[in-house]
Design a protein. Sequence first.
Length: 392
Amino acid sequence: MAKRPSAGRPRKAPTITATKNKRQRPLRGQRGTAQEQADAPRNKRGPQSKAKSGLKRTPQVASTRASGAGAANRRGRPSRPEPTGGPVEPMRIAKAMARAGLCSRRDAERWIGEGRVVVNGKTLETPAIEVGPKDRILVDGAPLPAAAAPRLWRYHKPRGQVTSHRDPEGRPTVFDNLPRHLPRVISIGRLDFNTEGLLLLTTDGDLARHLELPATGWLRRYRVRAFGTVTQEQLDQIADGVEIDGMAYGPIEATLDSISGQNVWLTVGLREGKNREVRRVLESLALQVNRLIRISYGPFQLSDLKPGEAENVKRRVLAEQLGPQLAERFRIRPEEDDEAAATPAKKPKRPMRKVARGENAAPRHPANARTKHLRPQPNRGAKTRQKPRAKS
């Protein structure tokens, strides 16, 4: 049944214009007045008329695939500039590479001699060059990583390892036996081959050099087992220092703890830490050291660390021990520990349950069938054993 026209306002007939496309745009010179254009029908697929809404047509921002500084992404926002690989402050190129955690300064000089380092498009031939934030540094074709904040670990060095990255005699080294989760680290001071105990490790060479200087005033304590006999009066003689074979040693705190057969146990504290200092000083007292354990280095204790274990020292603790000026100098920010603690750890994946295959086992399903309706369901129609009713 045809729909009757409404008795209200009469409907105007649309103007017919000669067009070549589906949008039915009028020919040039036949657009009419503004009122006629407003009354003209709109194309259902075309955009809304701007003359009717009174808005200006704004051009869309063209997307670009250009990269680098000043480039725009698809949304028209400027993209982040590419890292140049330069340090945050002017320094020698070997120091910048060591602070980035790639290698030591000595290895950096060797890499430069091999032509593996490029600065601003030029291959370096000598390490006697200073770089800054605006320099573009490439090592083996990759940009130099940004230097992260220094980190510190307590490590229990076992006996029978050399505190060195390479040993010409082929003996096992500390850095060959570190836990796998540690990055490239360097030691703060050294321990002899037969000495065990606390060894501090860090990722920053400047921090390591500062903490191993006697000027810090940090006391290093050792537990010593030595063969021989000694009295506390003899140990007090080295409290003001001693000179042995032309080598002057500073004040040493020594306490006689116990006597076990032909051995004595001592606690020795010193602030310099020269090569084989404890052994040479006790040899002057007719004692032969057969076990040496470092139990503390300044405020850091060996505690209950097992041999070969390493434990991270929080930046907040390190900043408190260094003080605000040194913490700012070495870029140690305690809030980074809070951000790491606030990041939730990923939930470990639940292991797959193993089902024994037998004669009465359920049929195997595809590995990707993880929905409930594909899993074997218990037989709900089977009769279950009921509990006997109590007699009344």
